[in-house]
Design a protein around this ligand. Structure first.
Ligand SMILES: Cc1cc2nc3c(=O)[nH]c(=O)nc-3n(C[C@H](O)[C@H](O)[C@H](O)COP(=O)(O)OP(=O)(O)OC[C@H]3O[C@@H](n4cnc5c(N)ncnc54)[C@H](O)[C@@H]3O)c2cc1C
Length: 315
């Protein structure tokens, strides 16, 4: 246990603790090291107290969602990693507000479950995200989406905890949502509301199936990855272009370093084998960035979030 956590740092916080927790193995990549401590708070109050204490003591604080967009360095991460996996962070309820249904949902809720439930109830909106693995919190932070829409399209409000452990509710229009990014000022998303329009349940369920089938045909969903490694960049004409096509155009499909390679199926997916390490993935990403820049002059930006003890790697 780290010296910083002696003197009963967690003593009065209602939470499950796991020291030296293998969080890399909890991500979709299944590579990477441990967190000093993984904390699963049993209430929002406990999470609020933990947050305040970490920030007052200068202890790094991170939130782990489903780990579907995350690469944890092999040396792990310092400080506290929080996982919102207690039931209090996994509830949802509907309120009818005129012709629109408002879905209130906690951030630890599974996105695919929310998609299936709203589709079953004949509510239009979240189905555009079919096939994207995420918790509601992770999907909001990343503004998850694709060809059919983004999570911010139907998002009304987001409730967060600040560094001081205080709750604030923001209108989504104030949160700077853009392509695969948000400008949420607080470290933890606690819950959200969505405005969903009633529609035909049969039609919505068919859209879920069609979108999933499209995704499966376009992306290597059976391989181990964290989705797209890079954001689609903007070219000199101000148009967003496909990072996958740039990587493919540079002849990099199949590029392999150790146990990580550029997928043959979709060049923006970096996939790993059982022997892969986080440093293998980082090396492939670095090589891809350099070679795409050399051939096109375009700098690719990470879409995948990297956690490391080394600030140079985390950047
Ligand atoms: C096979 C595959 C396909 C994918 N396809 C797509 C796609 O089509 N479109 C797309 O957008 N993404 C896609 N992704 C990436 C990923 O699914 C999304 O980015 C998703 O939103 C990540 O959610 P998560 O809960 O796993 O977040 P994590 O990966 O756990 O975390 C991502 C970031 O969100 C933060 N975060 C998580 N929860 C909270 C919270 N409660 N409060 C504050 N911050 C939080 C984390 O700290 C981290 O910075 C794909 C991934 C895979 C593996």
């Amino acid at each position: 246990m780290s010296v910083r956590y002696q003197s009963d740092f967690f003593g009065d916080i209602d939470a499950d603790l796991e020291f030296d927790a293998p969080i890399g193995a909890m991500t979709y990549y299944s590579v990477g090291g441990k967190a000093d401590v993984l904390v699963s708070p049993r209430s929002t109050d406990a999470l609020s107290l933990l947050l305040r204490r970490c920030y007052n003591s200068n202890i790094p604080f991170r939130v782990l969602g489903k780990g579907a967009n995350l690469l944890v360095d092999d040396l792990g991460v310092d400080g506290v990693v929080v996982k919102l996996n207690h039931n209090c962070f996994k509830t949802s309820r509907f309120n009818r507000e005129g012709p629109i249904d408002a879905l209130h949902i906690m951030s630890g809720y599974d996105l695919s479950k929310a998609i299936m439930e709203t589709a079953r109830c004949g509510l239009d909106g979240l189905h555009v995200l079919a096939g994207i693995p995420a918790s509601i919190g992770g999907a909001i932070r990343m503004n998850a989406g694709g060809n059919f829409g983004s999570i911010s399209d139907t998002l009304s409000t987001v409730t967060c905890l600040s560094k001081a452990g205080e709750l604030s509710t923001y209108r989504s229009s104030d949160l700077g949502f853009a392509y695969r990014e948000s400008k949420i000022p607080d470290p933890v998303i606690i819950s959200a509301t969505f405005s969903l329009t009633p529609g035909d349940p049969i039609h919505i369920r068919k859209s879920v199936k069609d979108i999933f089938a499209w995704k499966k045909s376009m992306q290597p969903l059976a391989d181990t990855s964290a989705g797209c490694a890079f954001k689609n960049p903007i070219n000199n004409n101000g148009e967003r272009i496909s990072a996958g096509e740039l990587i493919d155009g540079a002849g990099l499909k199949g590029l392999t370093i150790g146990g990580a390679s550029v997928s043959q199926h979709h060049a923006n997916f970096i996939i790993t084998t059982a022997k892969g390490t986080a440093r293998d993935v980082l090396s492939v990403m670095k090589d891809v960035r350099t070679r795409v820049f050399d051939s096109t002059g375009i700098k690719l930006q990470n879409e995948v979030v990297v956690w490391s003890r080394d600030p140079e790697i985390q950047r």
